[in-house]
Design a protein around this ligand. Structure first.
Ligand code: MTE
Ligand code: LUZ
Ligand code: MOS
Length: 819
C-alpha cells in the first residue's frame, strides 16, 4: 500500500537547510571578490539596490507618497453586464451618497476618450447612449468595464458610491461572446488574422498540407492553455496632481511612463510637455502595467484637472481583476507529419487567443507566439495561423513572455505526444529536432540562429540532474506503485530578445556627477522588482571605476529622459544599461582629458578603478579629480543613447531579424501525482539557464527562480473561470484564484546559470533574463503529463489541458485509464 500523499507532500525542515546550502554553491563568492578587488562592478552578486528598504517596509510605492492637502479619492463604477447598450445613468443617486464630490462620465473627458496603446479602440469610460458624432457609443464591452468615476473625500466613500453601479446604470443587455472558440466561429477578431508560412522546398500552405499527409506518421490534435493574472502585489494605482496652467503631474505605477504621458495628454487635450509622469518603482508589473496602467492614469488626471485637486485612484484587488486584462489563453488545433525518429517533417497549426474586448497588445503578443512555436526546433515546413479572438471579457495584455510561452508550449506538447506514440524517450525526440549549428538553423521567420548553445546546455543539465538514472528510477517506482505515480520531463527553451516592434528598441539615460564625487543616474527603464536599477548602477560604477555605493538611481521621469519605451520584452538592462554606459563613458573621457592636462601623460593612459584615478604615475581620489574638473569648467553630466543594431521586420511577410539574439535554458522536473485525488507535488527541479555573462548572478538567479515558480502557477493551479452566461469573471480574488506560495517551491531546487558570454555585443555580453525562464516550468507540466501517462501504462496520450488543476489531471487520468 502506498503512503497517503499528504506525507509525500510535506516538506521536511531539513530540505530547506539543503536548499540554502545549495544557494551559496550556485555563486562563486571568492571569484566575485577577486573580480571586485580588480575593479569590476559588473558580474558581481549585489543585493537589490532597494533590498533593505523592501524588507523594512520603507520603500515608497505610489500609495506611500505623502498625500498633499486636499487630496481626493476616486473609485470606478463598473458595468454589471458583459455586453449590450448603456442607455443612461442616474447620476443624482450616486452624487447624493455621503462624501461624494463629483461623478465623472465619458462626457467629462476634455480630450479623446481612448487609452488604447496601439489601436485606438479602448474607451477610458464607457460612453453613454448614441454619441454626437453618430458613432456607436454606449456599447458595453465586458462585465467590469469602467462606466463612471466617483471622486469623494475618502476612498471608502468613493467605493461605496461606485458600488451603486448595478442599480443606477440603465442597460440593455445582449448575449456576450466569451470564448476563443465562439469568437473564431463568428469571425470576431481584434486585429486581422496572421499567417506565417515557411517551406524549405518552396511549398505553399496547400503543399505543406500534402507534405503532412505524405509523412510516415501523423498527429492531429488540439490543446487548451489557460490565461494568467499578473497578480502584482501593488495593484494598479495613479495619483494625479494639478499643476499651474492646466498641466498635471501623475505618479503612476507603470512600466511605460512615456505612454502614460501621451495618453493622459490626449485625454486632457494637452501637449505632451504639460504632462509629467513619474514612477520610482512598482510592486511588480509582470506586463500588467505595460499598457493597462493607462486607464487609471487617465481617470485620475481627468478628475484632478476637473476639480483642481490632487486625486488618487487605487484599485481594490477584486476590481483590479474585473477591470484589467492578463495573459491570453490560447486554443490550438494542429496537424503534424513526422518520421520514425520523431522528427517533425511538416506542421500546420492554428492558434486562437482570447484577446478580450479591444486590441491592446494582442497583435504583438500573437506575433511573438507565432515566432516562438519553433522554440528550440527546426521546422522545415510549417504553416501557422494566428487569430486574436474578440470576446466580451477584459482586454488581455502583456504578461511575462508576451505570447512566447503560448507559442512554445504547443510544439512541446506535440513533441511529447510524438515521443509517446513512438515509444521513445521524450528527450531523444526533442534532441532529434534541435536546431543545427551550420544547417537546419533558420527559423520560420527567416532569422538564422547564430548562437545555438542547446546541445552543450542541455547535455550539462542532463548530466547534473542525473536524468537517465532518474528516468529508470521513476519507471521502477511506478511499476510498484498503483496509486501514486511519478513523472519526469526535461524541456529546453530558446527565447528571442528584442521588441518585435523595431523602433521600441531604443533607450536614453542621464548621468550626473556632483562636485563631491557622488553620482546620480536616471534612465528610461522602470524598476518593478527585477533589479534593473541595480544593474544600471553597476554598469555606471564599472564605467567610472567607482564603488557601487557612489551611484544612486532616481525615479523614472518623463521630464528627465523623453520618449522612452516600455520596460518590457526583457530588454530593460540591455537597452538602458547601454544608454547609461554611453553617458558614463563620455564623462569618463572628459575626466581623463582633464586629468592628463593637469597631471601629464595622455588621456588614454588614465585609469579609473576602485574609486581612484591613476594618471602619469600618480594616484588621485575620484572625488579629487571631480573637484579639479569642476574648477576647470568640465561638463560633469552627460546624456546617453542606445539603439539595438541589426534589427529588421516585415510585418506583411512575417520575416526578418526581429531578435538581436536568443536566450536559452532548460529544466528537469520530477513530480508525484495522486491518481485518486488529482493532487500533485513538485519533488525536484534542476535548472540551467543562460544569462550570458551575467551582470549580477544573484539577481539573475532570483529572476530564474521567480519566473519558474510563476510559470508553474500558470500551468497548474491558476485557473480563470468566466460564468458561461453572465460573462462574470468568478475567480477574482486569491480565495478562488490560486497563485503559488513558498510551500509550492520544490524541496530540491538546483538553479544554475550557464556561464557563457553573449556572442552579440550586448551590455558586458550579458543576456536578458526577465521573461525567458518563464518557459522553464513547461517541464513541470510535462512531468505531470508523464505521470498521468504512466497511470495508463503509457499507451494513451493524456488529453491534459493547462492549467493542470486537480480536475484537469483527473479528467486526463480517466481518459488514459479508459483507453
Ligand atoms: N521581476 C519582478 N520582480 N517583478 C516584475 O514585475 N516583470 C517581468 C520580469 N521580471 C517582473 C520581473 C517582465 S514581464 C519583464 S518584461 C522584465 O522583468 C522587465 O524587466 P527587464 O527588462 O529589466 O528584465
Ligand atoms: N513586443 C514584444 C512588444 O516583443 N514585447 C513587448 O513587450 C511588446 N510590447 C509592446 C509592443 N510590442
Ligand atoms: Mo514583460 S510581459 O515584456 O512586461
Amino acid at each position: 500500500m502506498n503512503k497517503p500523499i499528504a506525507e509525500h507532500l510535506l516538506v521536511p525542515a531539513t530540505a530547506f537547510a539543503s536548499y540554502q546550502d545549495n544557494t551559496a554553491a550556485r555563486i562563486d563568492p571568492q571569484a566575485e571578490a577577486r573580480a571586485q578587488d580588480a575593479g569590476a562592478r559588473v558580474g558581481i552578486s549585489r543585493a537589490h539596490e532597494s533590498a533593505a528598504l523592501h524588507v523594512a517596509g520603507a520603500a515608497t510605492y505610489i500609495d506611500d507618497i505623502p498625500e498633499l492637502a486636499g487630496t481626493l479619492h476616486c473609485a470606478l463604477g463598473l458595468s454589471p453586464v458583459a455586453a449590450g447598450r448603456l442607455l443612461g445613468i442616474d447620476l443624482a443617486a450616486v452624487q447624493a451618497m455621503p462624501g461624494v464630490v463629483r461623478v465623472l462620465t465619458a462626457a467629462d473627458i476634455p480630450g479623446t476618450n481612448d487609452c488604447g496603446s496601439i489601436v485606438h479602440d479602448d474607451p477610458i469610460l464607457c460612453p453613454i447612449g448614441r454619441q454626437d458624432d453618430g458613432s456607436a457609443g454606449g456599447e458595453i464591452r465586458y462585465l467590469g468595464q469602467p462606466v463612471f468615476a466617483v471622486v469623494a473625500s475618502t476612498r471608502d466613500a468613493a467605493r461605496r458610491a461606485a458600488a451603486l453601479a448595478r442599480k443606477v446604470l440603465q442597460v440593455e443587455p445582449a448575449k456576450p461572446v466569451l470564448t476563443p472558440r465562439e469568437a473564431h466561429a463568428g469571425g470576431h477578431y481584434v486585429v486581422p488574422p496572421m499567417h506565417l508560412v515557411r517551406s524549405t522546398s518552396g511549398r505553399d500552405a496547400e503543399g505543406i498540407r500534402a507534405a503532412i499527409a505524405a509523412a510516415p506518421h501523423r498527429l492531429t490534435d488540439s490543446l487548451d492553455v489557460g490565461g494568467q493574472e499578473q497578480f502584482y502585489l501593488e495593484g494598479q494605482i495613479s495619483y494625479a496632481i494639478p499643476k499651474e496652467g492646466g498641466a498635471v503631474h501623475v505618479h503612476c505605477s507603470t512600466q511605460h511612463p512615456s505612454e502614460m504621458q501621451h495618453l493622459v495628454a490626449h485625454a486632457l487635450h494637452l501637449p505632451a510637455h504639460a504632462v509629467h509622469v513619474e514612477c520610482r518603482r512598482m510592486g511588480g508589473g509582470f506586463g500588467g502595467k505595460e499598457s493597462q496602467s493607462a486607464l487609471f492614469a487617465c481617470v485620475a488626471a481627468v478628475a484632478a484637472r476637473a476639480l483642481r485637486r490632487p486625486v488618487k485612484l487605487r484599485l481594490d484587488r477584486d476590481d483590479d481583476f474585473m477591470v484589467t486584462g492578463r495573459r491570453h489563453c490560447f486554443w490550438y488545433e494542429y496537424d503534424i507529419g513526422y518520421d520514425d525518429e520523431g522528427r517533425i517533417l511538416a506542421a500546420e497549426i492554428s492558434m486562437v487567443s482570447r484577446a478580450g474586448h479591444s486590441a491592446d497588445l494582442s497583435a504583438p503578443v500573437m506575433t511573438r507566439a507565432l515566432c516562438h512555436f519553433d522554440n528550440a526546433y527546426w521546422l522545415p515546413e510549417v504553416a501557422m495561423h494566428g487569430f486574436s479572438g474578440r470576446t466580451n471579457t477584459q482586454s488581455n495584455t502583456a504578461f511575462r513572455g508576451f505570447g512566447g510561452p503560448q507559442g512554445a508550449i504547443a510544439v512541446e506538447n506535440i513533441l511529447d505526444s510524438i515521443a509517446r506514440r513512438l515509444g521513445r524517450d521524450a528527450l531523444a525526440v526533442r534532441r532529434a529536432n534541435f536546431y543545427g549549428i551550420t544547417e537546419r538553423n533558420v527559423t520560420p521567420y527567416q532569422q538564422t540562429v547564430q548562437d545555438n548553445i542547446l546541445e552543450p546546455l542541455v547535455g550539462a543539465l542532463e548530466a547534473s540532474s542525473d536524468y537517465a538514472a532518474r528516468r529508470a528510477a521513476v519507471a521502477a517506482f511506478n511499476a510498484a506503485s498503483p496509486v501514486l505515480k511519478r513523472g519526469l520531463a526535461l524541456t529546453p527553451l530558446k527565447f528571442g530578445i528584442s521588441f518585435n516592434v523595431k523602433h521600441f528598441n531604443q533607450a536614453g539615460a542621464l548621468v550626473h556627477v556632483y562636485t563631491d564625487g557622488s553620482i546620480l543616474v536616471n534612465h528610461g527603464g522602470t524598476e518593478m522588482g527585477q533589479g534593473l536599477n541595480t544593474k544600471v548602477c553597476q554598469v555606471v560604477a564599472h564605467e567610472l571605476g567607482v564603488a557601487f555605493e557612489r551611484v544612486r538611481a532616481t525615479a523614472t521621469d518623463t521630464t528627465k529622459v523623453a520618449n522612452t519605451s516600455a520596460t518590457a520584452a526583457s530588454t530593460g538592462a540591455d537597452l538602458n544599461g547601454k544608454a547609461a554606459q554611453d553617458a558614463a563613458r563620455q564623462i569618463r573621457e572628459r575626466l581623463a582629458a582633464c586629468a592628463a592636462a593637469r597631471h601629464g601623460g595622455t588621456a588614454e593612459q588614465v585609469r579609473f578603478a576602485n574609486d581612484k584615478v591613476f594618471v602619469n604615475g600618480r594616484e588621485l581620489g575620484f572625488d579629487v579629480l571631480v573637484g579639479e574638473a569642476y574648477l576647470d569648467r568640465v561638463q560633469l553630466w552627460s546624456d546617453g543613447f542606445y539603439a539595438t543594431p541589426g534589427l529588421s521586420w516585415d510585418r506583411e511577410t512575417m520575416t526578418g531579424r526581429p531578435f538581436y539574439y536568443f536566450a536559452y535554458g532548460a529544466a528537469v522536473s520530477e513530480v508525484v501525482i495522486d491518481t485518486l485525488t488529482g493532487e500533485w507535488k513538485l519533488l525536484r527541479a534542476d535548472i540551467l539557464h543562460d544569462a550570458g555573462k551575467s551582470l549580477n548572478p544573484a539577481v539573475d538567479i532570483g529572476q530564474v527562480e521567480g519566473a519558474f515558480i510563476q510559470g508553474m502557477g500558470w500551468l497548474t493551479t491558476e485557473e480563470l473561470v468566466w460564468h458561461p452566461e453572465s460573462g462574470k469573471l468568478t475567480t477574482h480574488a486569491p480565495s478562488t484564484y490560486k497563485i503559488p506560495t513558498a510551500n509550492d517551491c520544490p524541496p530540491v531546487f538546483n538553479v544554475r546559470l550557464f556561464d557563457r558570454e553573449n556572442v552579440e555585443d550586448s551590455i558586458h555580453r550579458s543576456k536578458a533574463v526577465g521573461e525567458p525562464p518563464l518557459l522553464l516550468p513547461f517541464s513541470v507540466f510535462f512531468a505531470i503529463r508523464d505521470a498521468v501517462s504512466a497511470a495508463g501504462g503509457h499507451r494513451v496520450d493524456p488529453p491534459l489541458s493547462a492549467p493542470a488543476t486537480g480536475e484537469s489531471i483527473l479528467r486526463a487520468l480517466s481518459a488514459v485509464q479508459a483507453g
